[in-house]
Design a protein around this ligand. Structure first.
Ligand SMILES: N[C@@H](CCC(=O)N[C@@H](CS)C(=O)NCC(=O)O)C(=O)O
Length: 224
């Protein structure tokens, strides 16, 4: 049985990605949640005792330890197959989209951190954030148009690419981001997915608040 080490469900966007892959594809696993900014997180995770890079997520499969969300989902696809879109061209597009998410969109990640339980509409996002939003909508539109005929998700049927953009669906909702029709329909499909609903319910049930992840810290206390 796999063990997945994760952070707070309300905040940990990187944890959500492999958790969603396991949950949505009905792969049995245990989860261990570590709360940010606690002595336990420092002792178990940041010390590298349980996770080699001192971060979450981290997947433990017997003697095999896989850190970093992208390596984890690739490992799951190696062992379970069929988690990426089936057609080679769609798979290449999906992998590119995930790589772009993994290494990019810094402005969006910084200024619109995932915060599942909050609603904090931002009427006019900063220019650099809007550029990231525009690029994501372009990418989603292309995936939906070229590869999305067989379902409501990016490549039609649910795939690892949806796991990768799941935190963005929560972010766009929290910050009230104005979206075109295709993106808006995609976000609705994601929020309706039973595994996303489970994660959101778990996030809302959490009681810990991490001040520096809250929008007031970014936009009010610490405003540039
Ligand atoms: N690129 C990594 C990012 C992992 C990451 O930054 N995790 C954050 C939580 S979402 C973390 O563990 N932060 C705690 C720390 O850096 O001390 C991945 O894809 O897994």
């Amino acid at each position: 049985m796999y063990t997945l080490l994760i952070g707070n469900k309300n905040y940990s966007s990187w944890s959500l990605r492999p958790w969603l892959a396991l949950h949505a594809f009905a792969i049995p696993f245990n989860e261990e949640r570590f709360v940010f900014d606690t002595a336990e997180f420092a002792a178990e995770i940041q010390s590298r005792k349980r996770s080699p890079n001192g971060r979450v997520p981290c997947l433990i499969d017997g003697d095999t330890v896989i850190w970093d969300s992208l390596a984890i989902v690739e490992y799951l696809d190696d062992l379970h197959s069929g988690l990426w879109p089936a057609a080679v061209a769609a798979r290449a597009h999906a992998r590119s989209a995930c790589a772009e998410m993994h290494s990019g969109f810094q402005a969006l990640r910084h200024w619109m951190p995932m915060n599942v339980r909050r609603s904090y509409p931002i009427a006019t996002p900063r220019a650099d954030v809007q550029q990231d939003i525009d690029r994501i909508q372009m990418l989603w539109g292309e995936a939906r148009e070229r590869f999305g005929a067989r379902g409501p998700f990016l490549y039609g049927e649910f795939s690892l690419a949806d796991c990768y953009y799941a935190p963005v669906a929560f972010r766009f909702t929290t910050y009230g981001v104005k979206l075109n029709a295709v993106s808006s329909a995609y976000v609705s499909a994601m929020l309706a997915h039973p595994s996303m609903q489970q994660w959101a319910a778990d996030a809302r049930a959490e009681t810990e608040i991490v001040d520096h992840e809250e929008p007031e810290y970014l936009y009010e206390k610490n405003a540039p």
